[in-house]
Design a protein around this ligand. Structure first.
Ligand code: FPP
Length: 239
């Protein structure tokens, strides 16, 4: 068994956010989808600041899912442009706040400029100890689990691992979040109530909180509402 977080509630150690509703926010204002994502980027900065002030140690955000490749090319590559600009322009400010940034998801299909910008961002923020910001880009939980299964199967085939030694910890160690505690709280904006292939294995015991507010409207008060709701939950992990 993996050691679980203490049953006590309070401030969640690890918060995962499904940032949804950018396009509807933009549409309601007669703006393009990309404008919605641009405002979504500002909301991400507010979320990081709010999480730091709240004492949240880990924030994992869903910025681009594998399924998002199905969107119009202009929107997809516009989003990558925003992501690259974020990585290049925010590195100094994030490092100064003690935020360490990590990218998870597939890198092999991303434009080279995005991969390089995030590599530099990861390097420049590596010493950050105040908070770990994990950004999921071209991420899908089922692909992550498939890759974990393949890695374990290779270890078994090579005689490095016995099948009966595959336990929760061995699986978790093969995921892109290896080494991190599971999210305590999943926040979803934009009114939908689903996980959308985000951290499926890791969120087995996460508390869920959703708001109909679209992501570009996210601010410190929204995070307060989520954290307050979390503090009222009794986490029993099935016991
Ligand atoms: C979901 O809203 C949001 C996305 C698909 C993109 C999220 C991206 C950002 C917030 C900015 C990117 C930040 C980085 C650092 C890469 P939606 O487009 O599905 O909106 P809808 O539900 O209204 O259609």
């Amino acid at each position: 068994m993996i050691e679980r977080a203490p049953v006590a509630t309070g401030v969640p150690r690890h918060v995962a956010i499904i940032m949804d509703g950018n396009r509807r926010w933009a549409h309601a204002r007669g703006l393009s989808a990309l404008e919605g994502h641009r405002h979504g980027m500002d909301a991400l900065e507010r979320a990081v600041d709010a999480a730091l002030s709240t004492g949240i140690g880990m924030l994992t955000v869903y910025a681009f899912s594998e399924e998002n490749w199905g969107r119009e090319r202009r929107e997809v590559f516009g989003l990558f442009g925003l992501a690259e600009a974020f990585a290049r322009e925010k590195a100094a400010a994030l490092a100064a706040r003690g935020v360490r940034v990590r990218l998870i998801g597939r890198r092999d299909r991303l434009p080279g400029g995005v991969v390089e910008a995030f590599r530099i961002l990861e390097e420049r923020t590596a010493a950050g100890r105040a908070m770990l910001l994990t950004i999921a880009v071209d991420y899908g939980a089922r692909t992550e689990l498939r890759d974990a299964c393949r890695a374990l199967a290779r270890d078994v085939a090579a005689g490095r691992l016995a099948p009966d030694d595959i336990d929760e910890a061995a699986i978790a160690a093969q995921l892109s979040t290896a080494g991190l505690p599971d999210p305590d709280l999943v926040v979803r904006t934009g009114g939908e109530l689903r996980l959308s292939n985000f951290l499926l294995y890791q969120c087995a015991y996460a508390e869920l909180w959703a708001t109909s507010d679209p992501w570009p409207d996210f601010n410190a008060a929204t995070l307060d509402r989520a954290v307050d709701a979390f503090a009222t939950r009794e986490r029993r992990y099935g016991r």
